[in-house]
Design a protein around this ligand. Sequence first.
Ligand SMILES: Nc1ncnc2c1ncn2[C@@H]1O[C@H](COP(=O)(O)OP(=O)(O)OP(=O)(O)O)[C@@H](O)[C@H]1O
Ligand SMILES: [Mg+2]
Length: 511
Amino acid sequence: MNEYVVEMKGIVKHFGQVQAVKKGEFTLKKGEIHSLIGENGAGKSTMMKLLYGMYPIDEGEITVKGEVMGSITPKTAIEHGVGMVHQEFMLVNELTVLENIILGFEPKKGLTIDFARARSEVETYINQYHMEVQLDKRVSQISVGEAQRVEIIKTLMRGADIIILDEPTAVLTPQEAKRLFEILNRLRQDGKSLVFISHKLNEVMEISDRISVMRQGTYMGTVLKDETSPLDLTKRMIGREVFLNIEKDYSQAGETILEVKDVWIPSQKETSKIRGMSLSVREGEIVGIAGIDGNGQSELVEAITGLRRVEKGSVILNGKDITNLNPKKARESGLAHIPEDRNTRGLNRAMTIEENLVAVRLDQPPFTKGMLINKPGQDAYAAEMVEQFDIRPTDYNLPTSSLSGGNAQKVVVAREVSMNRKLLVASQPTRGVDIGAIELIRNTLEKAKKQGAGVLLVSAELEEIISLSDRIIVIHEGKITGEMMASEANENNLGLLMMGGEEGKEGEKAV
Ligand SMILES: Nc1ncnc2c1ncn2[C@@H]1O[C@H](COP(=O)(O)OP(=O)(O)OP(=O)(O)O)[C@@H](O)[C@H]1O
Ligand SMILES: [Mg+2]
């Protein structure tokens, strides 16, 4: 018998003018975790969507468990045991977890849904793979990590033994990623075959048996985990080394640009309520907010940028009180914002790259000429941004909905950074982007700082906080538990403060 449960050969896929996959190859063995890596837009998601039958292939052949598949649809893919957990989740917020899991193939008792049977089936998986999920909560009330476990259970309930996970850790905290890996390891032990897509090479090195690389739509080869290294993988992906450690210069921090004074911010979640927080950001300085996701960092950012109401306290930008101004007014007072969720807040997916790039300042030259729109001015600007931020494909008339995840992120970063505002609030600025783009975005933030902007950085990646920030503020359950210069910070002392800083508190008592 063939050793592969999946074989994809000579795959070609176009979207209009864009050749997403030029020469795609992929094989998957039973009981392995096979990582698929490559730059943003390399064709990873497309390859896996073809396997899952979301689009037809133009050329090539896909074999699943020895059977050559004709045209695949998600329905026939599922019948052959192929399941997919997408980059963007597809759960219905208003339904409960259990309702979501059985949606579309509810077990019936006569004419009614047999919830008891559904529940006991789901519970079998929950126990077998130790997946913590709360079946009666609404999806809108659960964390991303939990939503992801729900997606995995959904594939299992439909009989999947080949499971594709497209950047499952991009939205997870390091703690949640660790839990996910425990689940993936149990699935592997149980003989399931997994495809894992990620930009995080340390994760890829931790979880994979084999690793395949794609570059610009073309298969670049497969290596065994034990025979490679992050450096080797980087070179295979982009053909050069990458330098993520930026040269920091903290000599030019100037006047205070942002002042948050004893703010109280409500939140639905108890741990995310901000309870009296004060901090400041100066010109020419990057201040990093470290904390476990869900401890108030999103609420803080939303309050500063006008997306959430402040109950008490004030936000002062450049000497002006901007507390509870609406987002547009807050922006006009001198801030730019890279939001954590590019799809709901960062981009209008139906609009083109160019329209998204100029959206927030359509009323300014060179985008207008007198009362009229200056189309050549807009085109020139879009072309410059596409070039400078390496947005691919380079055709700025394409809708952003057709961009790969990382390239969509680059559009948001390009627009916000190029506004040259006094304050840049950057939430998870490198989420989902490839290692080359991480380098680019980090250098961009450092450059904005050198030009005098104050940057407030929120990131789930401690490594990013440490290497980019000048000063680090740690928060836990809506309160500041510590502050230090980045030069004094490491994963241990930050980690401790992120857990509430018990040791720090005891230390204070002792004094
Ligand atoms: N539905 C679509 N319509 C048009 N173009 C598309 C579509 N889906 C993907 N593309 C294009 O195909 C190319 C490959 O995209 P894909 O999403 O497979 O990349 P990726 O390797 O998953 O990247 P990322 O790491 O950023 O997620 C990109 O240039 C993308 O813009
Ligand atoms: Mg992708």
